[in-house]
Design a protein around this ligand. Sequence first.
Ligand code: HEC
Ligand code: HEC
Ligand code: HEC
Ligand code: HEC
Ligand code: HEC
Ligand code: HEC
Ligand code: HEC
Ligand code: HEC
Ligand code: HEC
Ligand code: HEC
Length: 443
Amino acid sequence: MALLRDTKARARRIDLSYFARPHPFRRWRSLLSIALPVVAAAWVAAMAARGDEHAYNSGGMSARHAMLESNCAACHTTAWGQRYTDPAAWQESLDRACLRCHDGPVHHLNAAGLVRGTKGRETASRCSSCHIEHESRAKLADVRDMNCIACHADLKTAGPGSHPATCPAGADHAIHARIEGFERGHPEFAAVARKKADPTVVSFNHAVHLQPDTAQKRELIRTQLKALSGRAGIEAAADGTLQLSCSYCHPSAPGGAYRAPVLYETHCRDCHPLKLKDAPVPHVAPDAVRDFLRSRLAKGGAGGDALAGQVTEAEVPLYTSDPDGCMKCHKTDLGDKFPDVPPVVARTGLRPGLPGREGTPRRWFVHAVFNHETHRELRCTECHAARESKLTADLLMPSRAACLKCHSAAGGVSTACATCHTFHDKARERTSEGTLRIGDVVK
Ligand code: HEC
Ligand code: HEC
Ligand code: HEC
Ligand code: HEC
Ligand code: HEC
Ligand code: HEC
Ligand code: HEC
Ligand code: HEC
Ligand code: HEC
Ligand code: HEC
């Protein structure tokens, strides 16, 4: 028997009115396609009614802006649509919002295209090109290298002389113009490259103190160290003998980034005392030393010429005697008129001297930042060749090669410019305290 195989017969098997009859699956589909948008719209309307703008959020705030999560309007002051209708104005309004709370002072006045604002209140522009929000960043100031290289790969410098005179590398060096990365194009640190001498004017010989060259000096320092044992920075070597460690004279400064200044009273007097018949003589300027001697010797009853003679008698050895006269450590000008006129002790450079700044750490790489605390597990001598140094004039600063061992792709530690450099010129930041109330930040 022949089967019915023609197309008509086959088509008849299909129910052509299937769509007209209800079916649970299709019913749900139409129901949901109306209900879901209605729910979503109601949610958005409800959020909007409460002033909550999370619905538009494109990612988490950075950690230090966490409190702005509920206050989108702190930064987004214009209609959301403006991002598409007028992107330039949208960016401008974002920058203005940053400036309501922050200063964002300029980098350098000659950093073309980056400066704006009124004279004396210049700021860096386009904050959000460097500070990228909505990426849940731990640190909004972790700025990408491309933001720096944009200028530094082909820098328009003001040339030599644009520097502060206090720059240890010399006021006359021009900023290197082609830097593409810490590993690519970054110059040797200027003070090291230019083989600058340490300008400090006080005699000091690291090697004599750390590895005395004669048996006599070794013996002397051992005796001295025994008397000082127990003080921080005096440590026992492998063979049990006591020795000076670097931090005896170079303890860390508060905060730990830099080292505290070396001071005669704390770090030298115990071994190099200044004395008048076993009584300590204060370590002060020559005229004050003379006043001290005069008042001390006057107590013995002398006066007039006799007193002046006794003062000179005490003064000459105080300046000139070896072991421990002033001149062991200081270039001292005794002049032609000494003893009538007190001698002149040259400024050491170890005392910043400005009132209120006596304790400020000395800086060597003023164009970068460094932190000893972050590197505290390393031996000091990995970066400073101090043990062998015999002259004050030796520059003991590390070269870039020492940093590259870790701060490189091979070493695995960050090579980002922002790790070692700041951007904003803090000197131009407003000096007064902040102006916000807590309510301006948290809604
Ligand atoms: C601290 C300031 C700040 C706050 C607060 C803030 N934003 Fe932003 N927002 C920005 C910046 C900066 C951009 C990036 C602009 C650009 O693309 O250059 C941005 C971009 C956006 C964009 C555009 C999409 C994108 O990823 O570029 C949306 C949408 C947005 N923000 C929503 C929100 C919402 C919603 C909130 C509140 C929960 C919020 N923002 C809070 C600073 C902020
Ligand atoms: C070329 C990139 C760049 C631009 C443009 C920029 N910044 Fe910065 N900003 C940085 C870097 C790098 C740091 C971290 C180092 C520092 O403090 O200078 C930083 C730090 C900051 C800090 C934190 C300072 C602190 O003490 O913790 C604030 C606030 C800041 N910037 C605000 C702004 C504002 C506001 C603008 C826009 C007017 C702006 N920035 C423009 C790169 C930039
Ligand atoms: C409503 C005020 C407010 C606005 C607007 C604001 N900030 Fe902040 N910002 C703060 C506060 C408060 C902190 C945390 C305290 C501090 O560091 O001063 C902070 C911290 C920062 C920091 C340091 C964070 C870090 O991780 O190092 C940077 C950089 C910064 N803001 C940049 C910006 C930028 C760029 C904008 C504009 C897109 C902006 N801020 C808008 C209040 C604000
Ligand atoms: C808009 C261009 C521009 C951008 C972007 C820029 N710089 Fe500069 N930078 C300059 C100029 C100009 C100088 C000054 C050079 C001179 O005249 O001596 C300078 C100088 C410097 C110096 C040496 C002098 C000093 O005072 O410290 C350092 C370090 C530096 N920039 C680091 C950075 C870092 C890090 C970034 C990225 C966060 C950056 N710069 C982004 C233009 C720029
Ligand atoms: C007995 C005290 C003393 C000890 C111990 C000592 N120093 Fe010094 N150091 C000084 C004095 C004083 C100066 C200032 C004179 C000078 O600049 O040479 C100085 C200067 C320095 C400087 C800056 C000067 C430059 O030219 O770079 C460095 C770096 C330094 N010391 C590192 C070390 C290290 C590392 C050690 C341990 C291996 C050490 N010091 C041990 C007293 C000491
Ligand atoms: C633990 C004891 C000790 C301390 C602390 C100490 N010295 Fe010395 N110093 C010595 C000894 C020992 C010698 C070698 C004998 C000598 O020349 O008096 C010496 C030698 C010197 C010399 C002669 C160097 C040479 O080239 O022969 C100078 C200068 C000097 N010290 C300066 C200082 C200064 C500055 C400080 C403080 C920052 C200081 N010392 C801290 C023990 C010490
Ligand atoms: C063992 C070495 C040593 C001897 C000896 C010594 N000094 Fe000093 N002197 C120092 C050091 C180190 C400093 C820098 C740190 C400080 O100010 O304490 C200094 C600083 C000074 C200063 C400050 C200079 C400035 O930079 O402003 C004067 C003044 C001074 N000494 C005078 C004297 C006189 C006067 C004598 C002798 C009576 C003397 N010193 C003996 C090591 C010595
Ligand atoms: C990873 C390298 C590194 C290590 C490790 C290191 N330093 Fe430094 N040190 C530096 C750099 C870089 C500077 C320059 C900082 C500046 O002034 O800009 C410096 C500066 C100094 C200065 C100069 C301050 C002055 O008063 O003249 C002294 C002193 C010093 N270090 C002592 C030490 C001592 C002590 C240790 C060990 C406890 C140590 N350093 C470990 C890199 C290092
Ligand atoms: C590991 C730390 C480190 C990193 C990363 C780093 N620098 Fe430096 N940079 C320094 C030190 C230290 C100096 C010396 C500063 C001085 O002499 O005062 C310096 C000097 C400079 C100078 C001044 C150069 C001169 O001619 O005197 C510029 C400009 C500079 N760096 C830009 C950059 C830029 C751009 C990047 C990122 C591509 C970068 N640096 C990355 C540590 C670093
Ligand atoms: C033994 C490896 C090592 C060497 C050598 C080294 N660093 Fe670092 N450095 C680190 C590590 C690890 C960090 C932490 C990195 C981080 O937090 O991302 C760091 C962080 C830093 C920071 C940021 C500090 C902070 O706490 O914010 C600076 C600046 C820096 N290094 C400069 C230098 C300079 C300049 C040299 C060379 C004189 C140097 N480092 C040599 C390992 C090293």
